[in-house]
Design a protein around this ligand. Structure first.
Ligand SMILES: NC(=O)c1ccc[n+]([C@@H]2O[C@H](COP(=O)([O-])OP(=O)(O)OC[C@H]3O[C@@H](n4cnc5c(N)ncnc54)[C@H](O)[C@@H]3O)[C@@H](O)[C@H]2O)c1
Length: 278
């Protein structure tokens, strides 16, 4: 398909499904060797087998830092080095509003959606420094980092903290070519939505098709996001094409956060119209 990642070795977490899976497929098509990591062993192994000699599956619970460390070591043992860490695994976990959020619910949400990304940064940077090479870390944040109302409170707080993590990592690695950036997806048609709304997995395809038709108009582009939209952005951030980009969060949301949705200016225009008519 292309050769944007020829010779590069990537780790992708949450690679058994959705954005992580689409990215694994695109990275391999662009010449990368990829270690797919996930807690869904069956799906992850099947995906790696489909991708052939350029892919491995490693069962990894990213909420356990020692497993993230072992994952980086697997990439080095299998493919000799690490160039790209795509820290992508995530889930809504606790959907409570702040008024009902318990310390336990907050902790469980942060374990997956913040601590795991910290571990991915820590051990990827450790490996890049040991190699004496540049490297690209990409984290899947969310438009929930920018606006309330997209997901649970704890999830939104975790995704916002990811933006500070990437800026901090970019700073700490100045002058080395080690880069860290975040992707901020809008609503993308994946299993995370099916799980969040407790839809029977057997009905997932039909459910996501209807969701897509219902929400497409909320974006400026006019359609809902696909895992491939995110994979394309991850490919750019993983490749040398983005070599002068670090410490940023890139919305990949069809323009959903680019324009106000509440029509404030139209309402003011209406009131102004009444005044002009007086
Ligand atoms: N789909 C959306 O609308 C949307 C929007 C914004 C951000 N995101 C983010 O995108 C990322 C990818 O999600 P997706 O939409 O592809 O959903 P998905 O459910 O299809 O994929 C998420 C993957 O993460 C894995 N995972 C969950 N917990 C894990 C753990 N402890 N260790 C290892 N793997 C684990 C799951 O098994 C799954 O394969 C997540 O970080 C999510 O928060 C999704």
């Amino acid at each position: 398909m292309g050769n944007l990642l020829e010779g590069k070795v990537a780790v992708i977490t949450g690679a058994a499904s959705g954005m992580g899976l689409a990215t694994a497929e695109l990275f391999v098509a662009h010449g990368a060797k990829v270690v797919l990591a996930d807690i869904q062993e069956g799906k992850g192994k099947a995906a790696a087998a489909r991708l052939g000699a350029a892919a491995r599956f490693e069962h990894t619970d990213v909420t356990a830092p020692e497993q993230v460390r072992a994952l980086v070591r697997t990439a080095v043992a299998e493919f000799g080095r690490l160039d790209v860490m795509f820290s992508n695994a995530g889930a809504a976990v606790d959907l409570s509003p702040v008024s009902e959020l318990t310390p336990e619910g907050l902790d469980r949400t942060l374990a997956l959606n913040l601590h795991a990304h910290v571990a991915a940064h820590k051990y990827a940077v450790e490996q890049f420094r040991a190699q004496g090479t540049a490297g690209s870390i990409i984290t899947t944040a969310s438009v929930a980092a920018l606006e309330a109302g997209w997901n649970g409170a704890a999830y939104s707080m975790a995704k916002a903290a990811v933006l500070a993590l990437v800026r901090q990592t970019a700073l700490e690695n100045r002058g080395t070519g080690i880069r860290s950036n975040a992707l901020l997806p809008g609503a993308v048609l994946t299993s995370i939505i099916t799980t969040m709304f407790r839809i029977d997995p057997e009905q997932e395809t039909a459910f996501l098709t209807e969701v897509g038709a219902a929400i497409g108009g909320e974006t400026l582009i006019g359609r809902a996001g696909t895992p491939e939209d995110i994979a394309n952005a991850a490919l750019f951030l993983a490749s040398d094409l983005s070599g002068w980009i670090t410490g940023v969060g890139l919305p990949v949301d069809g323009g959903a956060t680019a324009a106000t949705k509440d029509g404030t200016v139209s309402l003011i225009t209406e009131v102004a119209g009444k005044f002009h008519a007086r």
